[in-house]
Structure formats: C-alpha cells, structure tokens
Design a binder for this molecule. Structure first.
Ligand SMILES: [Zn+2]
Ligand SMILES: [Zn+2]
Length: 215
C-alpha cells in the first residue's frame, strides 16, 4: 500500500490563496509596521506573481462598469437584496454610461463644475434621501446623481430642494465676498507681479490699472 506523501511545504514558505501554491517568503512583498518601538514585518496576502496578474486585470477591465458594479453590489448588501434587483429593477445599470463620460478628461461635477480628483471622488448620491431601509421609490436610479465628494458632503441627508437653495445661497455669498476682496486687491494679473508687489497698490491705482487692462 502506497503511503501518501505529505505536501512538501517548508517552514520558509507561505501559501498564496490565489494560485494556491506554497512559495518561498521572498516571493511575497513585505513592509514594516512600527508600533511604538516595536516594528513588525508584514507580508502581502498574494505572491508577487499574483499581485502582478491582478494589476494587469485592473488595467484591462472596463473601469466605469467595474466601479458601478462594485457600488451596486455594496448598496445591495446594505439593503439586503440581490445585486441584480438594483441593477435591473432599480435601473442602476444606467449609471454606467454616465460614469464612462465622467471618467474622461471632460468629466466635471455637475454641482461645482470642477474636475474630479480621482475615481473615488466620483460619488453616487441620492437626491431625495431614503426614508427607511428599502425605500424603493428613492433607491431607483431616477433618484440618483453623481457628484464629487465635496459636493456630496454638502448634500448629506438634506432634501434635494433644501440643498439647491443652500447651494445657491453659498454661491451668492461667495460672489459677494469675491467682489469685496477683488475691489481691495490689485487688478494686476499674477503673472505681472514682481517680488516688490507684496502689498496691494492704493485703490485708485488699481482702478487705473484695471482701466488700462480692459481699455
Ligand atoms: Zn500566487
Ligand atoms: Zn462638486
């Protein structure tokens, strides 16, 4: 009767859960964690080869689709429904082409008009906040918008109408503030400033300068 040999793993090896192979520990990325004066060496979960494979997969995947897919899955988990319910019945799949457009160089936050900082900055927001768990009228894609994180934070749990008014108030208040500071600051463009121009010129001069620039 043949004796089954034990798997040949040595103490210097680690198991990579992706390729399911035991490999020498030098084939895993490491980094040092310091807590107080004790530093510990931490190993990456996957071997370097598998990490490279995952990186390539990420480069080749359809990012907008993958991002919306992941966020749909995460919302579905929170609500305790299947992903396909949100994807199909709640029409979340319609967010993909929108995401695709926002991830180009032309992508702008519809609220502040600025470019997105990175992928994470492109956030899905409920226009009207859900009133309870499983508020399907408000989980439907027709109630979703995509904004940058800063704008998303200003929205919070406010009603859409309340938020619109608040944002308009902020815009007006900022414009008032800007016209006050612009009037006291020099009208000289930054490019023309030299190191001697550390303090703004007297008001009359700046208006004269403005007249020359615009005239
Ligand atoms: Zn591996
Ligand atoms: Zn924004």
């Amino acid at each position: 009767m043949a004796v089954q040999p034990l798997p040949e793993t040595r103490p210097c090896e680690r198991l990579c859960p992706k390729c399911e192979r035991w490999k020498h520990h030098s084939r895993f990325r490491t980094w040092t964690r310091r807590h107080r004066s004790i530093s510990t060496l931490t190993f990456a979960t996957l071997c370097k080869d598998c990490e490279q494979i995952e990186r390539n997969e990420r480069v080749n995947e359809d990012r907008p689709l993958a991002i919306i897919d992941r966020r749909t899955a995460s919302r579905a988990r929170t609500l305790g429904v299947s992903k396909s319910f949100l994807w199909v019945n709640m029409n979340w799949s319609s967010l993909v082409p929108e995401m695709r457009a926002l991830m180009t160089d032309e992508g702008r936050c519809r609220s502040c008009g600025h470019a997105f900082v990175n992928e994470r900055d492109i956030q899905i927001e409920h226009r009207e906040p859900p009133r309870l768990r499983g508020d399907w009228a408000r989980e439907h894609a027709r109630n979703l918008g995509i904004f940058c994180q800063s704008c998303n934070n200003t929205k919070g749990d406010k009603s859409y109408a309340e938020w619109l008014d608040e944002q308009e108030e902020a815009r007006l208040s900022n414009e008032r503030h800007r016209s006050e500071t612009d009037a006291t600051a020099a009208f000289v463009p930054w490019a023309q400033l030299t190191l001697d121009d550390v303090s703004p010129p007297p008001l009359a001069e700046s208006y004269a300068a403005a007249a020359i620039l615009s005239g």
